[in-house]
Design a protein around this ligand. Structure first.
Ligand code: FA5
Length: 357
C-alpha cells in the first residue's frame, strides 16, 4: 500500500478515536493510560511519526504538519480532560464533607511545661553552676562495684540492706557481672573520680531505684549528688557550699548539721533546714506542723568528707587530696519548695496537680 495513504489512514483513525477514549476515562490513571496509547513510547501517533521516513520527500512536509497539528489537538484535549477530572474530584470531595463555616475554630492545645521534679533539677543545676560545679550524668543500670564496692560498702554490710536493691540479670557477654538498678547517684562520684583527676567539682541529678514504698518512699525516685575534691578541702567548705545551696534554693533559712553515718564519708553528717511549711516555728494552723513533726527542721541532705578508702579505690592519693560529698532525694526539696504535701502526687500524673506549676 502507498505509505502516504497508510499514514493518512492511521492519522484519521487516531483523530476519530482519541476524544471518545479520553472522555471514557473515569479517573486520572485511566486518562493517562489512554494518552499513552496515542503518545506513549508505543503509542499510535508515535508509530505514525516513525512511518514518516518512508514517505517520498515531497509528501513529508504536508504529512509532518498534519502529524504536529494532531499531536497538539491530542495534548490540548488531554490537558482539558485532566483539569475536568481534578475539578470533578474536588467537587465530589466538597459535597462529601459537610462544612459549617460558622463553627468556632478549634483552640490550640495548651502548651505543656516542666514537671516539678524537672523544675527543681534545673534550679539545682543553676545554683551549683553558679558555685562553679560541672554537671555530669551516670548510668541507671549499674555494676555493684560502682554502686557499692568502690564506695567502701563491705560485702554484706547492713547499710546495703537499707538500699533494698533491685538486681538485674547480667548480660550474656558477662554472665558473672553483678548488675543492679542504681540505688543512689553516688555512682557518678565513683565514675567521675575514676576518669578525671582533681581538682573536681561535680553535681548530678537522676533517677534511682529501691524496693521501697510507703507515704514518703517510692520504688523510683530522684537524687542529687555533688562532690568537690582538691587540696586542703575541709568541713568548713562543705558547710559553706551547702548553706549557700539552701539559701539560693529556698531563701534565707536556718541550716544545721548533725553527725550521721554513710560508709563512704568520714566524718558524715545530715543537714537540716528550717521547715518551709511552718516557717521553722514547728506550728502550723495552731497544731504541731505535720511536715517537720513540730521540730521546725526538716532533713534535706546527707553529706560528709569523702572517705580515704573511696579515694584509694578511684586512684586518687588520699594523702594529697581531701574532698566532700553530699546527696539528697530531690522529691523532698520539690515538696518543700512548692508546698506539696504528699510525695506520691508527683508520680500520679494527675493533670489537676501538674497544671499548678
Ligand atoms: C544516700 O543515698 C547517699 N548516697 C547520700 C549521700 C551522698 C550521703 C553523698 C553522703 C554523701 P540515703 O540512703 O539516706 O543516702 O538517701 C538519700 C535520700 O534519698 C533520702 O534522704 C531520701 O530523701 C531519698 N530517698 C531514698 N530512698 C527513697 C525512696 N524510696 N523514695 C524517695 N526518696 C528516697
Amino acid at each position: 500500500m502507498d505509505p502516504t495513504a497508510t499514514l493518512d489512514a492511521s492519522l484519521a483513525e487516531i483523530e476519530a478515536g482519541f476524544g471518545a477514549a479520553f472522555a471514557a476515562a473515569a479517573d486520572e490513571p485511566a486518562l493517562r493510560a489512554a494518552h499513552a496509547k496515542i503518545l506513549g513510547r508505543n503509542g499510535a501517533l508515535t508509530a505514525a511519526l516513525k512511518e514518516m521516513g518512508k514517505l517520498p520527500a515531497d509528501a513529508r512536509k504536508t504529512a509532518g504538519q498534519r502529524v504536529n497539528t494532531l499531536k497538539q489537538k491530542v495534548e490540548a484535549a488531554f490537558e482539558e480532560c485532566l483539569g475536568a477530572l481534578a475539578r470533578a474530584a474536588r467537587d465530589a470531595d466538597l459535597r462529601a464533607t459537610p462544612f459549617d463555616l460558622s463553627l468556632p475554630g478549634r483552640a490550640p492545645a495548651p502548651r505543656g511545661h516542666l514537671h516539678p521534679i524537672s523544675l527543681v533539677r534545673e534550679d539545682i543545676f543553676e545554683v551549683f553552676k553558679g558555685l562553679g560545679f560541672a554537671v555530669a550524668h551516670g548510668p541507671q543500670v549499674e555494676l555493684e562495684e560502682y554502686n557499692f564496692g568502690k564506695l567502701g560498702f563491705p560485702p554484706d554490710h547492713p547499710a546495703m540492706d537499707m538500699h533494698d536493691t533491685f538486681w538485674v540479670s547480667p548480660p550474656p557477654r558477662a554472665p558473672n557481672a553483678k548488675v543492679l538498678l542504681r540505688t543512689h547517684t553516688s555512682n557518678v562520684q565513683v565514675r567521675e573520680m575514676l576518669t578525671n583527676k582533681p581538682p573536681l567539682a561535680v553535681v548530678s541529678v537522676g533517677p534511682c531505684y529501691r524496693c521501697d514504698e510507703d507515704m514518703t518512699h517510692t520504688p523510683m525516685f530522684h537524687q542529687m549528688e555533688g562532690f568537690l575534691v582538691d587540696q586542703n578541702v575541709t568541713l568548713a567548705h562543705l558547710k559553706g557550699v551547702l548553706t549557700a545551696f539552701v539559701e539560693r534554693l529556698f531563701g534565707k533559712r536556718k541550716v544545721r548539721f548533725r553527725p550521721s553515718y554513710f560508709p563512704f564519708v568520714e566524718p558524715g553528717c545530715e543537714v537540716d533546714m528550717g521547715c518551709t511549711f511552718c516557717d521553722g516555728t514547728g506550728v502550723a494552723g495552731g497544731a504541731p506542723c505535720r511536715q517537720c513533726k513540730g521540730t521546725g527542721f526538716v532533713e534535706i541532705l546527707g553529706a560528709g568528707m569523702i572517705h580515704p578508702v573511696v579515694f584509694e579505690h578511684c586512684g586518687i592519693d588520699p594523702e594529697k587530696y581531701t574532698g566532700f560529698a553530699f546527696g539528697t532525694g530531690i522529691e523532698r526539696p520539690a515538696m518543700l519548695k512548692y508546698g506539696i504535701p504528699d510525695l506520691r502526687m508527683m508520680f500520679e500524673n494527675d493533670v489537676r496537680f501538674l497544671a499548678q506549676f
